[in-house]
Design a protein around this ligand. Structure first.
Ligand code: GDP
Ligand code: GDP
Length: 436
């Protein structure tokens, strides 16, 4: 599972600045679902091929002095759900009372952690660092987050401690079954759907060496196809159905998306598509995983209501034309079988292999149909194409001046590749490389 790194510390020490460096993204998932504590931000980053999740505890209070109780609660919750804690302090402020109080908590929590002294820019590092030994948390690490100094070596050090979290060799996993993640907001019906899927007569859930009671990966077979269900809802434990003990968790959702081949995104017909659904979908798309959409609770809706939901879906999901969408009732089992078919199709599309010869011929056909535009009197030349990755398929196009290709031409190419290669259910990535 992807390691989770929490950033804790007083307000204004530079947590958000570091968060942005580590995630290089403006679209962090913010935990503002009903029933969840606010003001924890979740983002994803990668060091080389190694993905990680960063949780920022935000500046809850604006208090400069002292951790107020809400702030402390945020930090404690973040520490608890993290695999590693980065404790930030401010070089310019020296050690404060609230640094001491957080340090005490961290010592008791016993989580792997690193003390990081931020804002060392323009200061004498050695002198500054010396002050912070009194926190009793080992060697402090110097950082200047807003100058992006020390960030890469910090995250490299942190991830070095996770030998088990080496990137999954996805190539080796192909053929071992389709990894399905069922994700969605709280109460859309994920648990009901998981139980419905696993409870089907044609589904055989089997014991798997290494599967523990707490394992969240449930292997099963349906119509001679192997699947592994990655359970984000925390409800189904092998042979028994247990009370939902864990609340909805963004971390589990992000981890499940990352370790899946195909994501089934569950929507609630009664709500239509809401902002949080789009947020989650955005994360799935960024991860490159295949997608099947399930509009749940389709039972008991009047024709007018159904029409209205369909109109809303067409409007808000018009960019998802390449993914299957099913109207289902997890409660009654209606159309649940279609989800398996779509997942299988999406998996096949996402993991197909095409030879360089085949992709190059296809690319030449695309170019013949519509020539790329002239740039400074020279025509952009596309030479050959090869497959650079699977799940999602990455098509690498080689040529010259490819950085000048207009977006509209890239979209034309993508759409044609998608159509000819029958890439239903999977995102596709086109990469362009210039070689002059
Ligand atoms: P947070 O409240 O802990 O999330 O802190 P922010 O990331 O919002 O940073 C608080 C202030 O410190 C901002 O004005 C940042 O620009 C500044 N800051 C962050 N990192 C550094 C740094 O490395 N050096 C200096 N000089 N200022 C920094
Ligand atoms: P989760 O939080 O996403 O796991 O959602 P649950 O599976 O716990 O379902 C939330 C509520 O929606 C429960 O009361 C379910 O009985 C109800 N529910 C789930 N699926 C359906 C469905 O297909 N139709 C209807 N009418 N209710 C459903």
């Amino acid at each position: 599972m992807t390691p989770v790194i929490a950033l804790v510390g007083r307000p204004n020490v530079g947590k958000s600045t570091l968060f942005n460096c580590l995630t290089r993204t403006r679209d962090a998932l913010v935990a503002d679902w009903p029933g969840l504590t606010r003001d924890r931000k979740y983002g994803e980053g990668k060091l080389g091929e190694q993905p990680y999740i960063v949780v920022d505890t935000g500046g809850v209070s604006g208090y400069e002095e002292g951790l107020d109780s809400e702030m402390a609660e945020q930090s404690y919750a973040a520490i608890q759900e993290a695999d590693f804690v980065i404790f930030l302090v401010d070089a310019r402020d020296g050690v404060t009372a609230s640094d001491h109080s957080l340090a005490n908590h961290l010592r008791q929590a016993g989580k792997p952690m690193q003390l990081v002294v931020n804002k060392v820019d323009g200061l004498n590092e050695d002198t500054v660092l010396n002050d912070f030994y009194e926190l009793g948390l080992g060697d402090p690490f110097p950082l200047a987050a807003s100058h992006n100094r020390g960030v890469t070596s910090l995250i490299t050090d942190v991830l070095d401690g996770f030998p088990d979290a080496e990137p999954v060799d996805t190539e080796a996993l192909y053929g071992q079954g389709i990894r399905l993640a069922i994700v969605g907001r709280p109460n859309v019906g994920k648990s009901t759907l998981v139980n419905r899927m696993l409870g089907e007569e044609r589904v055989v859930v089997y014991d798997h060496p290494g599967t523990t009671m707490d394992s969240i990966a449930i292997p099963f077979t349906r119509d001679e196809i192997n699947y592994t269900l990655i359970d984000t809802a925390g409800i189904r434990r092998r042979k028994s159905v247990r009370e939902a003990v864990e609340k909805f968790s963004i971390i589990k959702t992000l981890q499940a998306i990352q370790s899946a081949n195909v994501v089934i995104l569950v929507l609630d017909a009664r709500d239509g598509v809401v902002e949080q659904d789009l947020h989650m979908l955005h994360h799935v798309l960024k991860s490159g995983r295949s997608v099947v959409m399930a509009v749940n609770k389709w039972d008991g809706m009047s024709e007018e209501q159904k029409d209205e939901v369909r109109r809303g879906l067409n409007r808000r999901l018009d960019f998802m034309g390449w993914a299957d969408l099913h109207f289902i009732s997890a409660l009654h089992g209606t159309n649940v079988g279609h989800l398996f078919k779509s997942a299988q199709r999406a998996y096949e599309a996402a993991t197909s292999q095409w030879s360089t010869h085949f992709l190059t011929e296809l690319m030449q056909g695309i170019v013949q149909e519509h020539q790329p535009p002239m740039v400074n009197g020279r025509r952009i030349k596309l030479r050959y194409a090869h497959l650079g990755g699977r799940n999602p398929p990455v098509i690498v196009v080689h040529g010259n001046q490819v950085d000048k290709l207009p977006g509209s031409y890239k979209r034309y190419m993508e759409n044609t590749f998608r159509e000819v290669l029958e890439l239903r259910g999977t995102p596709v990535r086109l990469e362009f490389r210039s070689g002059d």
